[in-house]
Design a protein around this ligand. Structure first.
Ligand code: KMH
Ligand code: ZN
Length: 273
């Protein structure tokens, strides 16, 4: 089995400091959370950015400010920018970070439309294709975010048509209200649905973050944790940091005797130059 890639999704667009004080907004807070998550064992940092008041934004300039600050303190991890943004954002807003300087190594590519709590997260085929083509042209490795089985089918079609390079990397986001549940059976279906040679990670939402992690570790997949997807360390006990959530995955991996990948090992596994 390859070493385990741990992704830390440190802030997202939905959770707030009112819900969990550790959620980072400012540049300094983003650097702190990214660096400590890396030191705990994350090799990929999945990045959304906020204004200082917590409002989510896809501003290229804000991404540049945050990513330059993270790289200055902590150059090692793969920084993966979100092109999902928040459910209410336009395509034009969402695509901005792939054009930032420095060019990000990875970006998310959301592969379909679904309910997202009481919102609708809209990704038309034409949007997915355009985002994929732009990432391919610029040389950014997409992380194919799939929230249900139909989105895997869309991604595979885009791979067959040459819009997405093979082997691709999938992120199964399971447990979103209105999309695919986070059960072992559902995860197995997703794993069985991707082309051979592709890699995958699982992002369980809420309480499912912890439940999905050991399953992925023993199945040979990879794991995403972080405050974007889950703000609790345990029932009734908020997480104190992203690092605390990463640290637990490292302990689980150690117990299950799966080694954790350093960033350069993650780059090799994912085929990032
Ligand atoms: N905030 C969600 C609506 C991504 O990062 O690409 C979308 C999301 C996915 O977080
Ligand atoms: Zn995200």
């Amino acid at each position: 089995m390859e070493k385990l890639i741990i992704t830390a999704a440190i802030t997202g667009a939905e959770v707030t400091k009112e819900q969990c004080p550790a959620v980072p907004y400012t540049v300094e807070e983003m650097v702190r959370e990214a660096k400590n998550a890396y030191l705990a064992g994350a090799s990929i940092i999945h990045i959304h950015v906020r204004k200082d008041d917590g409002t989510p934004t896809q501003s290229k300039e804000r991404f540049e400010e945050v990513i330059r600050a993270i790289k200055a303190e902590c150059p090692e991890p793969i920084l993966q920018v979100s092109t999902g943004g928040a459910a209410w954002m336009t395509d034009e807003e969402r695509i901005q970070p792939i054009y930032m300087d420095p060019t990000p190594e990875m970006a998310t590519l959301d592969c379909g439309t679904c309910n997202f709590g009481d919102d609708i997260f809209v990704n038309k085929i034409s949007t997915i294709t355009r985002f994929a083509d732009e990432m391919r042209r610029i040389g950014i490795k997409p992380e194919l975010e799939v929230f249900d089985r139909g989105m895997v089918a869309t991604a595979v079609k885009l791979m067959e048509k040459g819009h997405i390079n093979s082997p691709a990397h999938f992120d199964f986001v399971l447990g979103v209200e209105g999309a695919m549940p986070a059960t072992v059976r559902d995860l197995q279906l997703m794993v069985d649905s991707i082309p051979s040679g592709c890699t995958w990670t699982v992002a369980g939402i809420g309480r499912y973050q912890l439940q999905m992690a050991p399953v992925a570790i023993v199945m040979g997949g990879h794991v995403r944790v972080g405050l974007e997807d889950n703000i609790y360390y345990a029932k009734g006990r908020l997480a104190r940091s992203n690092a605390e959530l990463v640290d637990r995955v490292v302990r689980l991996a150690n117990e299950l005797q799966r080694e954790v990948a350093a960033p350069d090992e993650a780059r090799r596994i994912l085929g990032i130059k």
